[in-house]
Design a protein around this ligand. Structure first.
Ligand code: NAD
Length: 267
């Protein structure tokens, strides 16, 4: 089987470094180059001791010289779209996990990918456990009128509720076909202590050192509850999803949003 060659964009970052290690472990995928705005030399030593690859801040030159099959991008929102556009114009497939791309950005990526006959996957969460948890929550939502979400993250996470929790609540209401039941409010009180309401689902956010990323969806009905929980304990949790996406994208055309379609979890 032909090796899939990859350039990593945002390679100096936390996710970029994790991706380099994952590629070194992955049969069938080979790192051929690395790009970051923040580089102090022109090569990257591979963590498994297998050698080094070119490192540069000039993405376009790197893609022209190396002609990789795929670019993996974990950078920042303002850098991701231009980088993805450069890659697609060079007929390089794209796997991007950078968060903050807008719907307008996604529409541009889809159009450009189709025009160049290549594919791009943009996923805000590559952790398989999170993706499957959201899918199961969507199935369960049809059978319950009451649900709550507790999402727990490390104390340096700035946003709350998490994007995954908000997406989960929206997907559950969509699967159900209507918002969940409104909470009763005691006269003269507010719902402040009952979490942020998204489509009738209260989301409770916990931020503590010692946590990474965790979420529990609780559903209740007469005399019973159902809990669906996922826990991630290391940044490597994203890597099986990223490696799967690299192998799946070669051969797809246009934009795929999220890991669901790759895992056969649509609908
Ligand atoms: N999809 C997922 O499952 C998932 C999981 C974790 C993080 N993320 C996202 O991945 C992205 C990266 O996260 P991180 O923790 O590695 O952040 P980080 O800050 O550690 O790394 C970002 C890297 O991008 C580089 N960069 C910035 N501007 C650039 C430019 N113009 N050109 C090239 N490189 C540039 C930085 O130098 C840095 O090395 C963030 O958007 C984060 O939210 C997604």
């Amino acid at each position: 089987m032909k090796l899939i060659t990859v350039v990593v964009h945002g390679v100096t970052g936390k996710m970029g470094r994790e991706v380099v290690s994952a590629i070194c472990r992955e049969p069938g995928i080979k790192l051929v180059g690395a790009v970051d705005v923040d580089v102090s030399r022109d090569y990257l030593v591979l963590p498994d001791g297998s050698g080094k690859v070119p490192l540069s801040s000039a993405l376009e030159g790197m893609l022209t010289a190396l002609k990789p099959d795929v670019m993996i991008d974990f950078s920042v929102a303002k850098a991701a779209l231009p980088a993805i556009q450069i890659a697609l114009k060079k007929k390089v497939y794209v796997v991007s996990g950078t968060t903050g791309l807008t719907n307008t950005d996604l529409a541009k990526i889809d159009k450009l990918a189709k025009a160049n006959g290549v594919g791009a996957i943009v996923a805000s969460n590559f952790a398989l456990s999170a993706v499957v948890m959201m899918h199961l929550a969507g199935i369960a939502a049809r059978y319950f009128d009451y649900a709550e979400i507790i999402e727990l993250h490390h104390n340096t996470k700035a946003d709350a509720p998490s994007g995954t929790a908000i997406s989960t609540a929206k997907a559950m209401a969509q699967a159900k076909g209507k918002p969940f039941n409104k909470l009763p409010v005691e006269k003269g009180r507010t719902l402040k202590s009952r979490g942020e309401q998204v489509r009738g689902i209260p989301i409770h956010s916990v931020r503590l050192p010692g946590l990474l990323a965790h979420q529990e969806v609780l559903l209740g009905a007469m005399g019973q509850t159902l809990s669906i929980r996922h826990d991630t304990v290391g940044r490597d949790c994203y890597m099986p999803g990223v490696m799967l996406s690299v192998k799946a994208i070669v051969g797809l055309k246009g934009l795929t949003v999220g890991l669901g379609p790759i895992l056969g979890l649509e609908g």
